[in-house]
Write a protein of this length. Structure first.
Ligand SMILES: [Zn+2]
Length: 530
């Protein structure tokens, strides 16, 4: 059976740029556009030329993409001609393959927001589409508030869409701009639109205000639409846009869609989806959402022992798709709730061969339970668990010893001129060599980290690529008083991330344990000799 082509349109760099707290620089935009293009997205909407200097400069140069680079902007203003509207002229001059216009399709908005007549709005749509076509651009029309408009006055909403289609727009995109539409409504309205405009010219642009943007996108596809607009990681104004990071694997891995449709993303690119999702978080300096479907750290994590023993025997018992397909992995959480099967599976993943009846496995499990009772959380700290396991199985060399450390935080000067300085001194014994390192930092943990990693003698070359990427502190209220739990996330030159943990009544001590684990983990991973 031949499959129909379904197109993906990404608006991370336009709608996604409206997310609270997101500010893309020009080089961020370039990097993300290339990343999306490499993934296999058909349309990359990169911004609104004329609206801000970054977007204008992005579109001032020709950029070669495999897919279609798309510029966003408004249709001509009411009462002006196309050539006499500076906004439209700037948009037509943008170096883009396609232009996506946004236009009102709700009569109420035409009257109140645009303060014009329904006829003038239709004329504006026609003129703008015609002008962009004359410039050789592919044209899309985003029909703003289409679903509300359709509920209020179906004939007019439809007339807006038809005006663009008849004038030669490649796509008419039905937008649920305020995100309030529900899947059954979307399915009904899109089906009605597709009676007038062929579905392979109809797109959906859904927002997530009822947390159904992904469901609404699929409802539209079921009703005949053949283009989905969305963003990476569901970025977007308010509650976000339809999340392409969830839509893509669903289209590829669920037979309901994969048997009917082809998309521009190959199986091989799908393997890189988790990496792409995390790369965007990295650019935004955000921690990835652990619970994100398909790509999150916890998307294929199992905690309870009974599920774990089944999952080891037959992964399909608990997994709706194979995690490897999207570049994720199965994770059996080792925690005080876990049974022996979690621990064995985790040891197997790490590559530690042990017999399942080995008494050391039981000891390791007891150790995990005891430590978790005092505040450790190994399910969040895979590298510390690996070290604990390797130590109990006797395979972690004693690389170095820290015999002393001292951290000093002092205020110098007073009031307006006061400065807070932090210094740390660490004495490390590597083999027969005693090394004394001192460093300044922007806080006690930073100073300690810099001092510890300044000179590790013969091991220095193994930790050169080590970087701390996240530091999290939680104060836990145990029975005997507060304890501090520190989680440190690190990465290295290979791009691998790992998390280590420290627990103590003293925050510096807890941080130091987590730092030490991170360094030792890196040495083990790099195969540093004892
Ligand atoms: Zn939008």
């Amino acid at each position: 059976m031949s499959r129909e082509r379904l197109y993906l349109f990404d608006t991370t760099l336009r709608d996604g740029a409206q997310t609270n707290g997101v500010d893309f620089t020009l080089s961020d935009k370039q990097a993300i556009a290339h990343m999306l293009d490499d993934l296999g997205i058909d349309y990359v909407e990169a911004g609104y030329p004329g609206a801000n200097p970054i977007d204008s400069s992005f579109f001032s140069e020709r950029r070669k993409l495999r897919g279609k680079l798309t510029a966003f902007g408004m249709t001509r203003r009411p009462g002006r001609s196309a050539s006499n509207d500076p906004g439209l002229v700037a948009l037509l001059d943008a170096q883009a393959d396609a232009i996506c216009f946004v236009a009102k399709s709700w009569d109420y908005h035409v009257r109140v927001a645009l303060e014009t007549t329904e006829e003038e709005n239709l004329a504006s749509i026609r003129d703008s589409v015609r002008a962009a076509k004359a410039k050789g651009r592919e044209v899309l029309l985003d029909c703003e508030h289409f679903f509300d408009g359709y509920k209020a006055k179906p004939a007019y909403a439809l007339a807006c869409a038809q005006a663009a289609y008849e004038e030669g727009a490649r796509w008419v995109v039905l937008c649920d701009t305020n995100g309030g539409a529900l899947p059954h409504e979307v399915e009904r309205v899109v089906a009605e639109v597709c009676k007038k405009i062929p579905g392979d010219h109809v797109g959906i642009h859904a927002h997530n205000d009822t947390e159904q943007a992904v469901a609404n996108s699929f409802a539209a596809v079921r009703a005949g639409a053949r283009q989905i607009q969305g963003t990476l990681n569901g970025l977007g104004e308010r509650c976000g846009n339809a999340n392409l990071t969830s839509i893509i694997p669903t289209l590829k891995l669920k037979s309901e869609y994969s048997e009917k449709f082809d998309i521009g993303i190959t199986d091989e690119k799908l393997h890189g989806l988790r990496r792409v999702s995390h790369a965007l978080d990295e650019i935004l300096n955000r921690a990835p959402d652990r619970h994100a479907p398909y790509v999150g750290e916890s998307a294929f994590a199992t905690k309870a022992g009974i599920h774990a023993s089944a999952i080891v025997k037959e992964p399909a018992t608990y997994e709706h798709v194979a995690p490897e397909r999207v570049g994720n992995r199965r994770k059996l959480l080792v925690s005080d709730q876990s049974g022996r099967s979690n621990v064995l599976a985790e040891l197997d993943r790490i590559g530690l061969k042990v017999d399942k009846n080995d008494h050391r496995v039981v000891r390791l499990l007891d150790e995990v339970k005891e430590r978790e009772a005092i505040g450790y959380a190994y399910e969040a700290a895979d590298a510390s668990f690996e070290l604990l396991a390797r130590r109990m199985l006797g395979s972690v060399p004693k690389f170095f010893d820290v015999s002393y450390f001292d951290v000093k935080v002092e205020q110098r000067g007073q009031n307006g001129g006061a400065e807070v300085l932090t210094t740390a001194v660490v004495k490390v014994k590597v083999g027969d060599e005693m090394l004394i390192n001192a460093a300044e930092g922007n806080g006690p943990v930073n100073a300690l980290d810099v001092a510890l990693r300044k000179d590790l003698g013969k091991y220095q070359k193994y930790i050169e690529g080590l970087q701390l990427t996240d530091y999290r502190v939680r104060i836990l209220n145990g029975g005997t008083g507060a304890v501090t739990r520190v989680l440190i996330e690190s990465k290295d030159e290979t791009g691998e991330h790992w998390t280590t943990i420290g627990v103590s009544s003293n925050i510096i001590d807890a941080s130091f344990q987590a730092l030490m684990d991170s360094i030792v983990y890196k040495l083990v991973k790099s195969g540093a000799p004892a």
